[in-house]
Design a protein around this ligand. Structure first.
Ligand code: ADP
Ligand code: MG
Length: 717
């Protein structure tokens, strides 16, 4: 019986080579080897530009031998063969110790592949004892290397590219690749190659066109299998029972709408209607609400929560930070007014209570809030991670709202879901715009809604890059500008990358932050000098919770003019009177972070001004990030810029390494079409054949992705 894709590699290439593949490249099965795709392709005879080589990299270069010298070594016994190869311009030296036979093997004018680690000697780059493969028509040469394109594999010391190519040739000859995870109909519809052909062409192409067709097909494998898993998970959720939740006529929601001081935007109305629709169903809602910073997601979430409370259930609102939980608590109480004052003087008839649960609460307050949650007296329970703890109980949890999802893992979402007797409905909100395909992949188990427009009457935000390399004295102008705004009755934020001048801290993930501005230095400096006339306070993650809350409360009330803070204010903080945002060392922050920070201003009717202060020189990547943020307010455009600057793995996150390691060719941005099409196909297929009984090869591929604990997160979803 011939080996299959899941056979151990030793059955294909023998034990010794298999061992080398396992230790060197972590390849264990025939499938692993065949999915070890070339990093690039070299055209035969087109020499590798040698001036591009970087030190310490393992490289495989195609070059022509220019010179061969044999010498005896000066300090030791033995010979040294020095070969100079060239790409026609630059040169590279190859040094062979005690391999005198190389002098007769390698002759000027010959072309070959040379693989090794780039080192340097006397300031010149060289490969020491490189592996070599001449590209001449002699019996020693792999036949596949004489025709078509040369595949270049990610190389390691033990495994030069052509040895990988040779093992793959054997695998292509002997492995049975008849089973294709992509159904025939799908391949026909999408014009995709069969698996066997795609694998052959990706490794042994004659033309770049063949490479492209092979890669397209193999990208489909990656996208489709993942989307099938996600579609199954959506289908499983849709099959669960849930308690339908409908607002009562004349109940909380009606009363709330009647007293709301503004008109909902069209988008808010549409999304709200969609959510109320979902909540009325007998299966759990599982929805992602994306909306620009300031687009008014909170009101939408609150309306959903009120519908649930109307029906006798409870809603939990989970926030990523203490500051944000406190603020949500205050905002909800404020928006609800008498509707949140059940049992209090002046409370409305239909009123409920809002409870708050955070880690730093005093024992007494905590006990009362826990009781309100457990008894059902609180229709709405707001909290941080503290909500997830085991002893937190609900009388009847009907809806879980997760704000700013990007700070939460799937496990945490699940822990909260598990607190309902029947699976609760789930609404996930994020203000970080996510490119469509990332949403489809990372949040692929959720239905998505978007709030695109901002409420009317929002003043525009102007963003300016203050480049101190060119104009160091502009920093004075920055402080003066804050002074002017405060004099006009407005407030300002000054954001620093760090808390202290010395220690590294949890508020920033930048370990190179040595010289960056620190809250504990900037605040006193401003108070003593340029802003001595105004009220300056600090806010950062190491302050005690009640101190943070106190500062935030006073800033919200207008009793603090300038808040010098770390990124603790990044998400959700809502003070419409704040109009200036100064970000010091803005290049230390990521694109999304800067966009989030900027979202803290321009929330009222006064024009916002965002000053991104940087010492980064023009034309550096750091500066490009800052300039990119200044150039647009479009969160989706910025999300793309962010993604372009990072790698897929970072986007998918550490807990999602299953999906990450399954993506070899697929790129979330470049391959949008493939991902979107694969999602459509996957949804259709799972609807017709939920357990994949009629698609055994696909079922195998799905199992392989899900079974590995690397993909644990997908199972949980
Ligand atoms: P985000 O989507 O960033 O969470 P919020 O829900 O905090 O936005 O809303 C931002 C601000 O806009 C809040 O002060 C909120 O009360 C206000 N707001 C929300 N919807 C509207 C609307 N339709 N018209 C006017 N203001 C609104
Ligand atoms: Mg918000």
């Amino acid at each position: 019986m011939s080996p299959t894709l899941s056979s151990p590699l030793r059955d294909v290439v023998g034990g010794k080579t298999a061992k080398a593949f396992e230790t060197g490249l972590d390849l264990r099965t025939a499938g692993d080897l065949l999915r070890h795709y070339p990093r690039r392709y070299a055209e035969r005879g087109v020499l590798t530009p040698l001036s591009d080589l970087r030190e310490d990299e393992y490289v495989t270069v195609q070059a022509e031998i220019a010179k061969v010298d044999t010498r005896s070594m000066r300090n030791r016994r033995g010979t040294l063969v020095e070969v100079v190869v060239t790409d026609g311009n630059a040169q590279l030296r190859l040094t062979f110790f005690n391999q005198s036979w190389r002098a007769s093997q390698l002759r000027p004018g010959q072309r070959g592949l040379f693989a090794g680690k780039v080192g340097s000697f006397n300031g010149r780059r060289q490969l020491t004892n490189p592996q070599t493969q001449l590209l001449e028509d002699d019996s020693d040469v792999e036949e596949s290397m004489l025709t078509g394109l040369l595949p270049v594999y990610p190389a390691t010391a033990a495994m030069p590219s052509w040895k990988v190519a040779k093992a793959i040739r054997i695998a292509l000859d002997v492995v049975d690749i008849a089973d294709d995870p992509l159904p025939d109909g799908l391949r026909d519809r999408r014009g995709l190659l069969p698996l066997r052909e795609a694998l052959r062409l990706v490794h042994q192409p004659d033309t770049f066109d063949e490479v492209k067709r092979a890669q397209l097909r193999l990208k489909w494998d990656e996208a489709f299998v993942l989307q099938v898993v996600l579609a199954q998970s959506r289908a499983a959720i849709a099959a669960q029972p849930a308690t339908p939740r409908e607002p009562k006529p004349g109940g909380l929601l009606d009363e709330f709408d009647r007293t709301l001081p503004f008109v909902l935007t069209d988008g808010q109305q549409q999304v709200s209607a969609q959510i109320l629709d979902d909540l009325a169903r007998t299966h759990p809602m599982h929805r992602l609400l994306q909306g620009e910073v300031g687009s008014g997601k909170t009101v939408v979430a609150l309306r959903a929560m009120l519908a649930v409370v109307d029906s006798g259930g409870q809603a939990a609102l989970l926030a990523p930070t203490e500051v944000l939980a406190q603020q949500h608590f205050r905002t909800l109480r404020h928006l609800l007014g008498p509707l949140a004052q059940a049992g209090e003087l002046g409370g409305a008839d239909v009123a409920t209570r809002v409870a708050l649960l955070t880690g730093s609460q005093g024992a007494k307050a905590r006990r009362e809030n826990l009781l309100d949650a457990a008894s059902g007296a609180a229709g709405i329970v707001v909290g941080t991670h503290a909500l997830l703890q085991e002893h937190v109980q609900f009388a009847d949890l009907g809806l879980v709202v997760v704000d700013e999802q990007h700070r939460f893992g799937v496990e945490q979402r699940d822990a909260l879901r598990a607190k309902g007797s029947a699976p609760p409905h789930v609404l996930v909100m994020t203000a970080t715009p996510i490119p469509r395909t990332v949403a489809m992949t990372v949040y692929g188990d959720l239905e998505t809604s978007e709030l695109k427009e901002l409420p009317l009457g929002r003043a525009p935000i102007e963003t300016t890059v203050v480049a101190l390399v060119d104009h160091p004295h502009w920093i004075e102008r920055v402080w003066a500008r804050i002074g002017e705004e405060v004099a006009a009755g407005r407030q300002a934020y000054v954001v620093c990358p760090r808390i202290d001048a010395d220690a590294a801290e949890e508020d920033t993930d930048d370990e190179t932050a040595n010289a960056a501005a620190a809250v504990s230095e900037v605040a006193p400096m401003l108070a003593a000098g340029p802003l001595s006339a105004v009220r300056v306070e600090q806010l950062h993650g190491r302050m005690p919770a009640d101190a943070k809350d106190d500062v935030m409360r006073r800033f919200t009330a207008g009793d603090v003019d300038v808040l010098v803070a770390t990124t603790v204010i990044e998400v959700g903080v809502d003070v419409p009177n704040a109009t200036v945002m100064v970000v010091l060392d803005a290049d230390r922050f990521g694109v999304s972070q800067l966009h989030q920070l900027r979202g803290r201003i321009g929330r009222g009717s006064h024009a916002g001004l965002c000053l991104l202060v940087t010492t980064a020189a023009a034309d550096t990547p750091a500066r490009e990030r800052v300039d990119g943020v200044a150039a647009t307010l479009d969160g989706f455009a910025l999300a793309r810029l962010d993604l372009e600057q990072r790698r897929e793995g970072d986007v998918l996150g550490a807990s999602q390494s299953g999906a990450r390691s399954s993506l070899r060719l697929l790129r979330l941005l470049r391959d949008e079409d493939v991902i979107a099409d694969a999602r459509v196909e996957a949804t259709d297929l799972v609807a017709a054949d939920p357990s994949l009984d009629e698609h055994p090869a696909l079922a195998d591929a799905v199992r392989e992705l899900v079974d590995t604990d690397r993909a644990e997160y997908l199972e949980k979803a």
